[in-house]
Design a protein around this ligand. Structure first.
Ligand code: ADP
Ligand code: 5GP
Length: 202
């Protein structure tokens, strides 16, 4: 059994920056590449950042039961393909999902065993500043995302861990610590413990 990590937080909180660093730092961890109907941003690569789909193709995927979870966010559809979980399972890798709160809620309501982490900025004003400074959305889309952030904020109460991303270094240290600690929980250590225990059986 590999471990599922779910990270949510408002658009502009710093999830992508933190996750990019994490996947290159904490050992075998697969980033789940979601499907979306959103247009690619400059520099985003199909199949790496997202699988970019037409709305028709996405809806066909929903009808065919291809999504583990999916949700509408800020006018676009986003979803996690079952194939991401299968690939992580086959490779024996932990899987990291960067999904918004409705998708996470679907998993929580199905009692999916995962580590649920919410990344929040230190304030709404700082979120607005980051979202604008990222310069990836037009004004209408920024406004929409800010409204969504305000509506979603109370959902952070559904998460096991909260990382306040004020100073990036500190937030990263906290996030990394969560991964390291969760991976050493006894019920996730079975394969590691077997040979150790065996070595004591004389
Ligand atoms: P998300 O993936 O949550 O939408 P991003 O990772 O794209 O957010 O970050 C949004 C913007 O904020 C980016 O320009 C990023 O460089 C910046 N940022 C992230 N963390 C911090 C931080 N701790 N302090 C200042 N700026 C940050
Ligand atoms: P963005 O358009 O900024 O890349 O992502 C917008 C939001 O969609 C973010 O909150 C991100 O976590 C969420 N998201 C990305 N992929 C998925 C997914 O597969 N499912 C769900 N439910 N949300 C996703």
């Amino acid at each position: 059994m590999t471990t599922l990590f779910v990270i949510s937080g408002p658009s502009g909180a710093g999830k992508s920056v933190l996750i990019d660093r994490l996947v290159n730092d904490v050992g075998p961890l697969r980033f789940s590449v979601s499907c979306t109907t959103r247009a690619p941003r400059a520099g985003e690569r199909d199949g790496v950042d997202y699988h970019f789909l037409s709305r028709d193709a996405f809806e066909a995927g929903v009808a065919a039961g291809r999504f583990f979870e999916h949700a509408a966010f800020s006018g676009n559809l986003y979803g996690t393909n079952w194939s991401e979980l299968e690939a992580a399972g086959t490779a024996g890798q932990d899987l990291l999902l960067d999904i918004e709160v409705q998708g996470a809620r679907q998993l929580q309501e199905k009692s999916i065993d995962a580590v649920y982490i919410f990344v929040t900025p230190p304030s709404f004003a700082e979120l607005e500043r980051r979202l604008r400074s990222r310069n990836t959305e037009d004004e209408a889309a920024v406004q929409k995302r800010l409204r969504q952030a305000a509506a979603d904020a109370p959902e952070m109460n559904r998460y096991q861990y909260i990382v306040v991303n004020d100073q990036l270094e500190e937030a990263y240290t906290q996030l990394r610590s969560i991964f390291v600690a969760e991976r050493t929980r006894r019920h996730r250590m079975g394969k590691v413990l077997e040979p150790i225990l065996e070595s004591f059986r004389k």
